[in-house]
Design a protein around this ligand. Structure first.
Ligand code: NAP
Length: 264
């Protein structure tokens, strides 16, 4: 029977790449994003290239109760794969940043991802089958001065995912958390523009991975049922920085990297 995957933030970047990988493996897709125009373009492209059905839900995933609205819209559709991918970054010192944007981020990264997982997981467990992929970040492994809420919210996603992956052992349902380093998508451009607003300069010299290679790495890890997936040897090393330096020293390093790459 044809499987169905639900992907958030599917209109661009990693979400778009996950959608192509799932389509290529014959999944019908439910794609969710706030960007209606790009979402429609993705549907046209995927339905032309693959023999699958694509349903779109245009939603602002930072709104309270949006996960329940999505569950209602699914109309008892069985979901075999859930990818909680939508997210955005916010640059600046916490005392200056916009609380409305931060509240949106906390809702999007934490509340909606958690609630959607809860609403879809129940059915997966009763069927003894299902795969969940949560998109965290390398940011999850240490405090992140100048992107404090972003780093903290990604830490939540890592911890939450690892905990439920453990609870679900033996159920046939797996949870994978992908922790990419800097990846070439609109995300990085937006964060750098925020930094440029603060410094009147925009310099980004990260050696960024492509969205297709990062998505493929995460997708394969999800298929294998791996719990934590960190693409790239340097990123794996950076994720274990806390073994070699204190968290305070790691915070200093992150701050220096943010300042150097985004504002100097
Ligand atoms: N790129 C990186 O360097 C990097 C590194 C580590 C982790 N990540 C994570 O990877 C995930 C995907 O990001 P990406 O790099 O692929 O960025 P992206 O190209 O900007 O894609 C994110 C998508 O999510 C959508 N979105 C944002 N806020 C939303 C909301 N409130 N409701 C519904 N959709 C929303 C965006 O729409 P709009 O464009 O209209 O806002 C966009 O289509 C994020 O969780 C991000 O934190 C990215």
């Amino acid at each position: 029977m044809t499987k169905t995957a639900l992907i958030t933030g599917a209109a661009s970047g990693l979400g778009y790449e996950f959608s192509k990988l799932l389509a290529n493996d014959g999944h019908n897709l439910i794609l969710i994003d706030i960007d209606a125009d790009n979402l429609k373009k993705v549907r046209v492209e995927l339905e032309k290239s693959y023999d699958i059905a694509v349903k779109l839900l245009v939603k602002d995933l930072s709104q309270p109760n949006v996960a329940a609205e999505i569950k209602d819209a699914l109309d008892d559709q069985v979901i075999d794969v859930l990818i909680n991918n939508a997210g955005f970054g916010l640059f600046g010192s916490f005392h200056n940043t916009d609380w409305k944007r931060e509240l949106d981020m906390l809702h999007l990264h934490i509340i909606t991802s958690t609630h959607l997982t809860k609403l879809i997981l129940d059915d997966m467990v009763s069927r003894n089958s299902g795969k969940i992929l949560n998109i965290s970040s390398l940011a999850a492994f240490q405090p992140g001065p100048l992107m404090a809420i972003y780093y903290a919210s990604k830490s939540y996603l890592l911890s939450f995912s690892e905990a439920i992956a453990n609870e679900l052992k033996g159920t046939g349902v797996t949870v994978t958390v992908l922790c990419p380093g800097p990846t070439k998508t609109a995300f990085q451009q937006v964060v750098s523009e925020q930094a440029a607003d603060e410094s009147s300069e925009n310099k980004i010299d990260f050696n960024m991975a492509s969205s297709s290679e990062v998505a493929e790495y995460g997708y394969k890890a999800m298929l294998k049922g791996k719990t934590v997936a960190i693409p790239g040897i340097l990123n794996k090393f950076l994720a274990s920085l806390h073994r070699f330096v204190t968290r305070g020293a790691a915070a200093n390093i992150v701050r220096r990297v943010q300042e150097k790459n985004r504002t100097e």
